[in-house]
Design a protein around this ligand. Structure first.
Ligand code: NI
Length: 136
């Protein structure tokens, strides 16, 4: 019997989408306003879902306090009020699209959880645009 538990989190961050090996015009064609050289911000909303068996002793899939602390350390303290391109090492050469941010969050969090637990990351870049990654 597998049960999924989820926790929501939030961070504000700035980014710019571009490739250094493309001209400004090529970047504008592909990334539009997100290629603004002065960066721009998003209010990112995160849903972290963990799926696993209910522990017989505790009745938990995962202790929410533990999950909260992992999100705080790996996501909020790493990304909140940061310029993702300039201040977060993972994006030094990786375009900080919602897709790539979700993969980076997954890769940071997965090793912190019991290996029997499945992880799914849903990241909203805007209220209407969101991406999901679960390690496949
Ligand atoms: Ni953007």
């Amino acid at each position: 019997m597998k049960v999924t538990v989820s926790r929501k989190a939030h961070f504000n961050a700035a980014h710019r989408l571009y490739r250094q090996d493309w001209s400004f015009e090529e970047n504008n064609t592909v990334f539009g306003k997100c290629n603004n050289p002065h960066f721009h911000g998003h209010n990112y909303e995160l849903i972290v879902s963990v799926t696993g068996d209910i522990d017989e002793k505790t009745g938990y899939v995962v202790d929410m306090k533990v999950l909260k602390d992992i999100i705080k350390a790996e996501v909020e303290e790493a990304f909140d009020h940061k310029n993702l391109n300039l201040q977060v090492p993972e994006f030094k050469t990786l375009n900080p699209t919602a897709e790539n941010i979700a993969v980076v969050i997954y890769n940071k969090m997965k090793p912190k959880l019991d290996s029997n637990l499945a992880l799914e990351i849903t990241l909203y870049e805007t209220p209407r645009n969101f991406v999901t990654y679960s390690g496949n």
